[in-house]
Design a protein. Structure first.
Length: 260
């Protein structure tokens, strides 16, 4: 029961959606650096190729670009993965988008766009790769689905990002529903409710409000690549084999801080 074997992900096949940038890139690097074979997918083909070029200096990374807004691209991603691999040990549903606008001006299109990527496509892709996940699952070491949620799906944020908060709250619940259904197929489903990390999505918010954001976190800092990669490595390894249906706050304690 040594830590080397408990947290080992060597030779596991991993798919990270949105794995070329931001939190997804942090997660991808964590898996690659620890011996996993990682597939990265997002609609930015150049970013996928560049990320893989850089990550291949550490291990094994491969790009399968796809626009998840398009159902046909989701199906193509699944078919391409099936051509290359007979098993998928870990699926990380990370791709997401945000939209901010005043309540009286918030557009209907923002709901379609954000919920499609943040919620509907998580189900679409998970459903599509389930046969590969089932093929990878063994007794005592199930296949894993790791969903990247948000503290804004738990609390009420100050920013006017209505569709984002709703989509992440829906994702958290769907992750639990999948845990119940897929658990019977020897596949776990868990969600990380992430706080602030350095990413393109958070860049403008951190630029304008970093001091107040950090001030609302008991640990007094924002998340690092090691924080999110470490949480995913735990969930994907034998150390996390019995964790199913969990919502793990990866936020430095911000959800515990009262606002008087």
């Amino acid at each position: 029961m040594d830590s080397t074997s408990l947290f080992n992900v060597k030779d596991k096949v991993v798919l990270v959606t949105g794995g070329a940038k931001g939190i997804g890139r942090m997660i991808s690097e964590g898996f690659v650096a620890n011996g996993a074979k990682v597939y990265i997918s997002s609609r930015d083909a150049k970013a996928c190729e560049q990320a893989c070029k850089e990550l291949n200096a550490l291990g094994s990374a491969h790009a399968i670009p796809a626009d998840f807004y398009k159902l046909e691209d989701c199906k193509r991603l699944v078919e391409e993965l099936k051509k290359r691999e007979s098993k998928l040990h870990v699926l990380v549903n990370n791709s997401g988008s945000n939209w901010g606008a005043p309540y009286d001006e918030f557009p209907d299109s923002a709901w379609t766009r954000v919920l499609t990527l943040n919620l509907t496509r998580v189900f679409t892709i998970t459903q599509g790769v389930t046969p590969l996940l089932e093929a990878a699952a063994t007794e005592g070491d199930p296949a894993r689905v790791i969903n990247i949620g948000s503290v804004d799906g738990v609390r009420v944020p100050n920013l006017e990002t209505f569709s984002y908060s709703a989509s992440k709250a829906g994702l958290h619940q769907m992750s639990r529903v999948l845990a119940n259904h897929l658990g019977k197929r020897n596949i776990t489903s868990n969600v990380l409710a992430c706080g602030p990390f350095e990413s393109k999505m958070m860049a403008e918010t951190l630029k304008n409000f970093k001091d107040s954001i950090v001030g609302a976190i008991p640990l007094g800092r924002i998340g690092t690549p090691q924080d999110v990669a470490g949480a995913c490595l735990f969930l994907a390894s034998k150390a996390g084999a019995f964790v199913n249906g969990a919502q793990i706050a990866l936020d430095g304690g911000s959800l515990c801080m009262a606002k008087l």
